[in-house]
Structures are given as structure tokens and as C-alpha cells.
Design a protein around this ligand. Structure first.
Ligand SMILES: [Zn+2]
Length: 273
């Protein structure tokens, strides 16, 4: 089922979101209908759906090669609300403008629904990238790997929502519940996602997303092999990371790569373990 769903949606993360609903561990999903084949799949698998009144034309953030936002209007793709029963799908659509209510219908923790609603206006002006707000809201440099949703541009996440903080306990529980379902159906995929989410992430607004598989982390000193740097885009920051093999993270927005100091309020270095 998961394989077919991934082909039909074109993304593992999107397939998983619907997979959780099909298995009854998530009440509803909200996805962009950019491939019509999905509708046939939903009918064949006895899932209900409703389509939004509006359409969305995705806008890709070039630094991540990924879209969190889109132009809402008459053009583009509709949004689908998917559930096991008709009532839940209809309720989701009915509440599509009320972020708190919609988040609850989609099964997200109330702290994260509150967080989303609180930052929605501001995020809309910045490409709807809520990960930046999660980074800002997360204290320290070490976080639950289960909550790492920075790597969506590499199609790796266990969450369908933006956690209020990378330390959000309720989000981590949801991620673990999702992972155990994946393990039952596709143990290799579960291992792959788990391996991807562990490690060091540098999330730099407008620059790129970088995942570093560390060789060793001692206190705040990270050593790595240059070939273990995964980058959403090739640029001078990618080159800097690949020319070095050591990072010192003093604070999440203040760190050193080799001998170069990085201090920027929109650049975050975080350890997910
Ligand atoms: Zn939360």
C-alpha cells in the first residue's frame, strides 16, 4: 500500500500522512491534490475526501527546492481533506480557515495548533515556512530527533504538522506512534527515516538546509566527514561545510565551522538525538 501511495502522491511524506489515516492512527489529512490518480486510490481504499473551494499554485523556495506556500486563487490545485468517515472530512473543510479547530481535526497537539495560529500571519509573509518559527521557539541546541521536520525538502519526516518546539513532548509521541506503524509495514523505510532524522541540521533561511551525519559529538563539538554533508543546494555555505570536518555549536544561532564564525538570527545549528 505504501509503495503505491508513494507513486501516486510523488512523495513519501505525503504518502505517509494518508497512510496514517488509512490505518486509523490519524483522524484526517490535508494534502494538495497535484496528481489526479490519488482520487482513484482514495476511492479504491474507501477513504472519504472533500476538496477545498480555493486552489493553490505552489511557490517553491529555491534555497530548499521545496514548497510550503502557494498563491491562493482560481488557478493551481485544490486541497483535499481526507478521512475514514465523511463527517470528519466535511468538518475539516468547514473549518479550513480556523487553524485551531482544523489542527485539532487533523489530530495535532493543542500546543502546536496554538503555535500555528499565533504565527500564521507572520509566516504568510515569509513563504509559510513554520520551521523557522519552530527553530526560534526551541531553547538549547539538543532536541528530540523524532521532531526533526527540517528535512522535508529531502522527503524525510515523521510529523505532518509543525511542532511548537523541537522539544514538544506530544509531537515526539505522535512521531513514535507513526514510526511504529511504518516499522510494521516497511522496516527498511522506518530505518531510513530514523537514520535521516538523527544528526546535525543547519537550517539557514534563504540559504539552504544542511544535514550532517556526525562521526562524533563531544559536548558541543561535532566532527564529521565532508562527504556526510547533505545539502538542499550547492552554494558557498555548502562549500564551507565540505571544506571542514569540525563544528563548534555555542548557541543555536552562533557556531563555528572550521575557523569561520557564523552568527545569524535566521540560521540555526541543531543537534537531533
Ligand atoms: Zn507542541
Amino acid at each position: 500500500m505504501l509503495d503505491t501511495l508513494t507513486k501516486v502522491t510523488g512523495s513519501v511524506a505525503k504518502a505517509l500522512d494518508i497512510f496514517y489515516v488509512a490505518h486509523g492512527i490519524k483522524p484526517a489529512a490535508r494534502v494538495l491534490l497535484d496528481k489526479k490518480e490519488l482520487l482513484t486510490w482514495l476511492k479504491d481504499n474507501k477513504l472519504w475526501y472533500t476538496t477545498s473551494e480555493f486552489r493553490v499554485q505552489p511557490v517553491v523556495d529555491p534555497s530548499r527546492g521545496y514548497s510550503d506556500s502557494g498563491k491562493v486563487g482560481d488557478r493551481g490545485f485544490p486541497v483535499l481533506y481526507i478521512a475514514k468517515d465523511q463527517e470528519t472530512a466535511l468538518q475539516a473543510k468547514k473549518n479550513e480557515k480556523d487553524y485551531r479547530a482544523l489542527g485539532r481535526i487533523l489530530g495535532y497537539p493543542s500546543c502546536c495548533c496554538e503555535f500555528y495560529a499565533k504565527h500564521a500571519q507572520e509566516a504568510a509573509k515569509q513563504g509559510n515556512d513554520f520551521t523557522l518559527f519552530t527553530c526560534r521557539n526551541s531553547a538549547g541546541i539538543e532536541f528530540f530527533w523524532q521532531n526533526n521536520n527540517c528535512l522535508r525538502c529531502f522527503d524525510a519526516t515523521l510529523l505532518s504538522h509543525f511542532p511548537c518546539s523541537f522539544s514538544c513532548q506530544q509531537s515526539a509521541s505522535i512521531a513514535m506512534r507513526n514510526l511504529s506503524l511504518i516499522k510494521q509495514h516497511d522496516p527498511d523505510l522506518a530505518l531510513q527515516i530514523e537514520g535521516m532524522l538523527h544528526g546535525v541540521v543547519i537550517y539557514a533561511k534563504g540559504v539552504g538546509v544542511y544535514k550532517i551525519k556526525p562521526q562524533k559529538i563531544e559536548r558541543n563539538v561535532v566532527t564529521y566527514r565532508p562527504r556526510d554533508v547533505l545539502a538542499s543546494r550547492k552554494n558557498s555555505f555548502t562549500a564551507l561545510l565540505r571544506m571542514n570536518d569540525k563544528m563548534v555549536i555555542k548557541e543555536k544561532s552562533k557556531f563555528t565551522v572550521g575557523k569561520v564564525d557564523v552568527e545569524d538570527l535566521d540560521t540555526f545549528a541543531m543537534v537531533f538525538k
